[in-house]
Design a protein around this ligand. Structure first.
Ligand code: GLA
Length: 391
């Protein structure tokens, strides 16, 4: 059982040191964080609402321009080297370079032509844990190149460009939440983001004595990208059916439960379940925001459990390990709320836990988890931090 309080100390200097030993010279250094999402899952690509925040786990990217068009990139965490050229961007068998190359391609498509660069990046966002290390890498890349080449891109357009990079180059049809949270994060606040208009509001996350605890199943969400794309298509299919019956429906944001009951419940129970979850999750999120404003944290927590229920039974993106962890804390009074977080099929649960109970809880649940699942549980206490910035 590992309970790690994450601290940034140590990682950035190591990355810079490595950069200097490989390339020499003085790089600029960008910090780009992972994210949590309190509620509102699989709603972003349905034009709905999300409630994420940037956290104190981040990627650090040390980077400097080259005189030619070559790309020399070193992943500090994986100890892997990538060499390529700005003029020939193609998917890499190493996979992680794709997040960087996809961003470069989108920059080129929008008329911005970066030159070559040297780069070392590394950090403490666990990979495949649903904390969006990939979005953090995309944010670091676009932020770094925007700074190096002096384009003055607007933050909003950088975020949209990253999403396109992931959709088109990496091939995951993700929504905009992860990139938005990593880029726009503000210390001590969650972001209430309307994914249709991209209007957003910072909501103070004042939970005296309550911490965000992430329980990591250690199941890598390998199913995630294929099933993710399937879920997206299923939602689109639901919208298509309803468009045959109603005017002005562009996405599930425009849909009510009554419409679903009338046109999908009997004819297509699977699509019905998927769409119903999304419509309910949007309502749950808006209600949860009211709870947060009123300081009614227990009510907020109950909505998190409700969200998990929907994700597990209606949207079917959970897995036995995630269900085990949520089930296990349901009756624990020191846990206000819990649910699986992110795309699903593995990764972490997010839990709101009374601070003094954390250690005991993590120990108990860690033991139970390893007995039941034969896997080690990792736990992290996450703080809400600033979004992508230059060090
Ligand atoms: C992944 C995607 C996001 C979002 C979540 C589910 O993290 O990258 O866009 O859809 O899954 O809420």
């Amino acid at each position: 059982m590992i309970l790690s309080k994450v601290s940034d100390a140590g990682i950035a200097p190591q990355v810079i040191e490595k950069f200097k030993s490989i390339f020499g010279g003085q790089p600029i250094v960008i910090r780009s964080p992972g994210r949590v999402n309190l509620i509102g899952e699989h709603t972003d690509y349905n034009n709905g609402f999300v409630l994420p925040a940037a956290i104190d786990k981040a990627i650090y990217m040390a980077i400097s321009p080259r005189k030619d068009n070559e790309l020399h990139i070193f992943s500090y965490d994986l100890g892997q080297d990538y060499r390529g050229s700005i003029d020939e961007l193609k998917n890499s068998s190493l996979h992680w370079p794709d997040y960087i190359l996809g961003v470069i391609q989108q920059l080129q498509n929008s008329g911005h032509r970066p030159g070559g660069f040297n780069c070392v990046f590394g950090g403490d966002i666990p990979l495949g844990a649903g904390l969006s290390s990939s979005a953090a890498l995309e944010c670091a890349t676009v932020f770094a190149l925007n700074t190096l080449f002096g384009w003055r891109l607007e933050t909003n357009s950088m975020v949209k460009l990253e999403q396109r990079a992931e959709n088109e180059f990496v091939g995951v049809q993700c929504g905009i939440m992860d990139q938005f949270a990593s880029m726009f994060g503000r210390k001590g606040h969650v972001i209430r983001l309307d994914c249709r208009s991209l209007d957003y509001e910072y909501v103070p996350f004042n939970m005296e004595g309550i911490k965000i605890v992430l329980l990591d199943t250690n199941v890598k969400h390998s199913l995630a990208s294929s099933e993710y794309n399937t879920r997206r298509k299923q939602c689109e299919q639901g919208v298509k059916t309803l468009q045959e019956h109603y005017e002005g429906i562009e996405s599930l944001r425009d849909v009510t439960i009554e419409m679903l009951d009338k046109w999908l419940a009997a004819s297509d129970p699977l699509i019905y379940r998927r769409c119903k979850y999304v419509v309910e999750e949007n309502t749950r999120l808006l209600d949860a925001c009211l709870d947060l404003e009123k300081g009614e944290l227990r009510a907020f927590g109950r909505k998190m459990f409700g969200s998990h229920e929907g994700l597990s039974n209606q949207y079917e993106v959970s897995c036995p390990e995630l269900d085990f962890l949520v089930e296990h804390v349901k009756e624990v009074p020191s846990v206000l709320g819990a649910r699986m977080m992110g795309g699903g099929f593995g990764g972490c649960t997010i839990n709101l836990v009374e601070e003094e109970a954390i250690e005991g809880l993590v120990e108990r649940i860690g033991d139970a988890y390893s007995r039941a699942m034969n896997k080690e549980l990792k736990a992290y206490v996450a703080q809400i931090e600033q979004g992508t910035s230059m060090l």
